[in-house]
Design a protein around this ligand. Structure first.
Ligand code: GDP
Length: 185
């Protein structure tokens, strides 16, 4: 799978909408910033402030354009609208490995997906801020077991030091691609 620099929609074979969900402060915006722009900001919010960013990748000789939606802080007011989930084929559900409560809320986010998203949506559970290992509150094994039990893909990332950010997004996109090409979604 390679990055592709073209941006004319005429050349796009597939367009996948992906939504970022998870508690406020877990690093959703910075994961997106790192993946699309290869940037990171310690003080984020205002620096992104977009509804979505796009990135096109080559998969199986096909041009796959990912349209990745950021909540832009809506989750703080429990006001994520149904429109946010409409048409989404994938979700990156992020928690912060140093905040146990953000992991405990993952079930709540899965319920939200259940209510608003397509039932075949592909979900990647992402434990972010792996660079802060010394103050970790959620062991990797526990999250891995949880993901297995719920049928989710799982990865730990650091938007700060770039660890596993590409594999998280590209892994999700390739799972969507496989599901779509087998006509599951
Ligand atoms: P969001 O509310 O989920 O979109 O979270 P943000 O992307 O705004 O990040 C919240 C805070 O966590 C910001 O101060 C970021 O700089 C910081 N942050 C995000 N990702 C990481 C990471 O991987 N490691 C560390 N140490 N801090 C991070």
């Amino acid at each position: 799978m390679a990055q592709w620099q073209g941006d004319s929609d005429d050349d796009i074979d597939y367009m996948f909408k992906v939504v970022l969900i998870g508690d406020s402060g877990v690093g959703k915006s910075q994961l997106l910033n790192r993946f699309v722009r290869n940037e990171f900001h310690m003080k984020s919010k205002a620096t992104i402030g977009v509804e979505f960013l796009t990135k096109t990748v080559l998969m199986d000789h096909k041009h796959v354009k990912a349209q990745i939606w950021d909540t832009a802080g809506q989750e703080r007011y429990q006001a994520i609208t149904t429109a946010y989930y409409r048409g989404a084929t994938g979700a990156l559900l992020t928690y912060d490995v140093t905040k146990r409560h953000s992991f405990n809320h993952v079930e709540k986010w899965l319920d939200e997906l259940h209510m608003h998203a397509d039932k075949n949506i592909v979900v990647m559970l992402v434990g972010n801020k792996s660079d802060l290992n010394s103050i970790r509150e959620v062991p990797t094994e526990e999250a891995k077991d949880f993901a297995k039990q719920k049928g989710l893909f799982f990865i730990e990332t650091s938007a700060l030091d770039s660890n596993n950010v590409e594999p998280a997004f590209l892994g999700l996109l390739s799972q969507i691609y496989m599901a779509v090409s087998k006509k599951h979604i």
